[in-house]
Design a protein around this ligand. Structure first.
Ligand code: SAH
Ligand code: SF4
Length: 439
């Protein structure tokens, strides 16, 4: 979501003459787009701001250049004025709902004065309606935000407070943005939302409300769109139409990131997830009926308040049963204002560390087994960028694996049939099977 937002900030600032640069030293303005989901991410902002203070003072001393520094995103939303108290060299603080106003804020900010511009409202106007339609080139795989915010209030999570209530963009606006992306050379679109499958709109044909499955079918009809993905989904919003889209829609990739957080019913209840472990198993069965080779990924939190050895063992047996091709896992982190933060049964730090290591070992072994099981298979790979070594490119398989191959930049944007030669821990190595690309 922050990658998408950062791109949109660049779009919003382009008419004011700003272009993205690669190094802070080249910049006239530096925007930190921040994440507040866990304590570590939040604290990183302040250490990064310490470094940027040096960049700013060097630019003033050596080049007589006044660099503007802005903090955007969820830390800006949550901390507001506090940021300028802790880091007075910050010129602008802008929340995720008001970044469309950046050009105005830049005009107000005076880098010579010790004043700050802070804008962390949840305004009535919808930022998507006000951002410029034109955007800078995105490359072959791009994000498209369709939904923001969340009304689910899991007891550990800060998103409903920093991103606000659940909001769905109108289908017509999403289709228009998708058309523009495709016209600019994008072939794969990932639909984004904090709860992307809570997206709801209006179905013109039946006059009924429509869910993400319907939107996916409409997008799939766009000429030039070769691949679709969506993230992040909530188990409660996996309705039949969306599951069936995995069976019916060719461009919808056989991959789903479906976080569950814990495999213990006791912990799921305490997290206010509103579903149990068996509900998740049933969803996975239905998904695998619809798309037998679907690759699954998830998110897990270990050491949630009150998590016992038995609860953790339930999470391990859960992961064993589902079989993930990758997953993200985190130690529970207290977030200000959330119910779980004031729970008195916090888990010991060392216990969290040990559980995280055990869980990550299991996930890693499942990921490696999956990557190895692909050896010898031929699959279409979207080639996205240089791979880091001379003569190497990288792309994605349908299952979201990182694929490394020998090639050159002229291949960027092509979908090429490739044979998987070697499955590694975090990637696969592949070679081109024929000269004819699928494009
Ligand atoms: N809407 C998604 C999650 C978005 S937040 C869902 O409901 O699944 C992304 C991930 O950050 C979560 O899935 C969770 O694993 C992690 N996370 C959120 N709050 C956290 C906290 N307080 N401590 C540790 N991890 C957290
Ligand atoms: Fe946070 Fe996801 Fe729960 Fe919403 S559903 S409160 S975004 S974890």
């Amino acid at each position: 979501m922050n990658v998408y937002d950062s791109d949109r900030m660049a779009d919003a600032l382009a008419p004011a003459g700003y272009m993205p640069t690669h190094a802070p030293e080249d910049a006239d303005m530096i925007i930190l787009n921040t994440c507040h989901i866990r304590e570590k991410a939040s604290e990183k902002v302040f250490s990064e701001l310490g470094r940027l203070r040096q960049v700013k003072s060097r630019a003033a001393d050596q080049q007589n250049k006044q660099v503007l520094i802005a903090v955007a995103g969820c830390v800006a939303q949550a901390e507001g004025e506090e940021i300028t108290r802790r880091a007075p060299w910050v010129d602008m603080v802008v929340g995720p709902q008001t970044y469309h106003r950046l050009p105005e804020l830049v005009a107000q900010a005076d880098p010579h004065a010790r004043s700050h511009v802070v804008d962390i409202e949840f305004p009535e106007e919808v930022k998507f309606d006000l951002l410029p339609e034109e955007h800078l080139p995105r490359g072959p795989a791009a994000f498209l935000s369709v939904q923001e915010g969340c009304d689910k209030f899991c007891s550990f999570c800060v998103v409903p407070y920093t991103r606000g209530a659940e909001f769905s963009r109108p289908a017509s606006q999403i289709l228009e943005e998708a058309r523009r992306l495709i016209a600019g050379g994008t072939v794969e679109i990932t639909l984004l939302g904090q709860n992307v499958n809570a997206w709801h709109g209006y179905d013109k044909q039946s006059s009924n409300s429509a869910g993400l499955g319907r939107l996916i079918r409409e997008l799939a009809d766009l000429d030039g769109l070769k691949r679709l993905r969506y993230t992040t989904s909530h188990p409660l919003d996996m309705d039949d139409d969306l599951i069936n889209a995995h069976r019916d829609v060719d461009v919808l990739m056989p991959y789903l990131h479906l976080p569950v957080q814990s495999g213990s019913d006791n912990i799921l209840r305490r997290m206010n997830r509103k579903h149990g472990r068996d509900d998740y198993f049933r969803i996975i069965d239905r998904l695998r009926d619809a798309s037998p080779d679907i690759a699954l990924s998830g998110d897990f939190i270990v050491g949630f308040p009150g998590e016992t050895d038995k609860d953790f063992a339930d999470t391990i047996s859960f992961i064993d049963k589902v079989g993930y091709t990758s997953a993200y896992s985190f130690k529970y982190s207290k977030r200000p204002g959330t119910p779980a933060a004031s729970d008195e049964t916090q888990v010991d730090e060392q216990v969290k560390t040990d559980r995280l290591a055990a869980l990550q070992q299991l996930i890693s072994s499942q990921q490696l087994a999956f990557n190895k099981s692909c050896e010898g298979r031929v699959m279409p790979v979207l080639i996205e960028r240089d791979g880091g070594r001379e003569g190497q490119m990288t792309g994605r398989s349908p299952y979201m694996q990182s694929v490394y191959l020998d090639g050159n930049s002229s291949m960027i944007g092509q979908i090429v049939d490739m044979k998987i030669e070697q499955g590694r821990q975090n990637s696969v190595l592949a070679s081109v099977v024929s000269d004819s690309s699928v494009l």
